[in-house]
Write a protein of this length. Structure first.
Length: 284
């Protein structure tokens, strides 16, 4: 019988107690520290950052081919978009967007902004239709009842599969709004930036940043993928451990496995039958 580990104080419970599946670094560790520092400085000032041209035209075309046929919800309410198609549980339907969710440039930022073993909170295809109205401005981690101002509890990415223009529904952000308190609300006098960027680019923003999908005044659709991430001790928006079949989880990268919920936030958060969830996944 294996000798029990000694827990001598409450501080020991903040350590990684896993005996077999210890915490490992993400793919973000390979990104140059100078680049990450510059990105973080921009985020600290404005609450958001555009990362241009992370995908090639060929990669965007492959993603489009994979996600356009997927069934989705449309017209449920004006927040999600009356003329906007949204696809949920994306990883259970296609692997084409994996490279977006665990892109090293994104993970390098998350590694600094969130606690280890942060989770994927939401993954969607967002296809804004022609003549769609602007989305209600909001901040993504407003669902967590923690008073502002405060550090962000989540972060999000919106990936342009089509070019984002001022007319086709590009994300609208309010720079500096990540520092507002609970009483502050956007008004017409506040500055707004439009995340105009070429296909293959990504806008990264904090969960405390006020933003919204822009109006699409064109006659065509605007296709994007959004991935949101949250602290490992919070409940994600999507229950990926239920929606993503285990055989798919076994195929994805270790970073994606952790973010889907196959990880532990010390000492015990996320355990299955008192053990690390990877034991269940791998039949140990």
């Amino acid at each position: 019988m294996k000798k029990p580990r000694s827990i001598d104080s409450i501080d020991d419970l903040s350590r990684d107690l896993a005996a077999r599946y210890r915490r490992t670094n993400s793919a973000g560790e390979h990104v140059d520290a100078g680049i990450v520092d510059a990105d973080l400085a921009e985020i600290a000032r404005h609450g958001y950052l555009i990362l241009p041209n992370l995908l090639t035209a060929k990669q965007c075309a492959e993603i489009r081919h994979a996600v356009e046929p997927l069934p989705g919800e449309q017209g449920r309410n004006n927040f999600e978009g009356v003329k906007t198609r949204r696809v949920y549980s994306v990883m259970a339907k296609t692997r084409a967007v994996d490279r977006l969710v665990d892109h090293p440039r994104v993970l390098a930022l998350l590694d600094r902004l969130l606690d280890p073993n942060y989770l994927l909170s939401q993954l969607q295809v967002i296809d804004i239709g022609a003549h769609e109205q602007a989305q209600i401005e909001h901040f993504d981690d407003g669902m967590y009842p923690v008073a502002r101002p405060r550090p962000a509890l989540s972060a999000a990415t919106v990936w342009a599969i089509d070019d984002f223009t001022a007319d086709n529904g590009a994300t609208v952000v309010l720079p500096g709004s990540h520092t507002w308190d609970d009483l502050r609300r956007p008004d017409s006098a506040d500055a707004r930036d439009i995340a105009v960027m070429p296909a293959g680019s990504c806008v990264f923003f904090l969960g405390t940043l006020w933003h919204g999908g822009g109006a699409n005044s064109t006659t065509g659709n605007r296709l994007a993928i959004t991935a949101q991430y949250c602290q490992p001790y919070l409940r994600p928006q999507e229950a990926f451990t239920l929606s993503t079949p285990p055989d798919i989880v076994q195929q994805v990268s270790p970073d994606l496995q952790r973010m889907l919920g196959y990880s532990i936030h010390p000492p015990f958060v996320g355990a299955v039958n008192g053990m690390h969830p990877l034991r269940l996944l791998r039949g140990l």
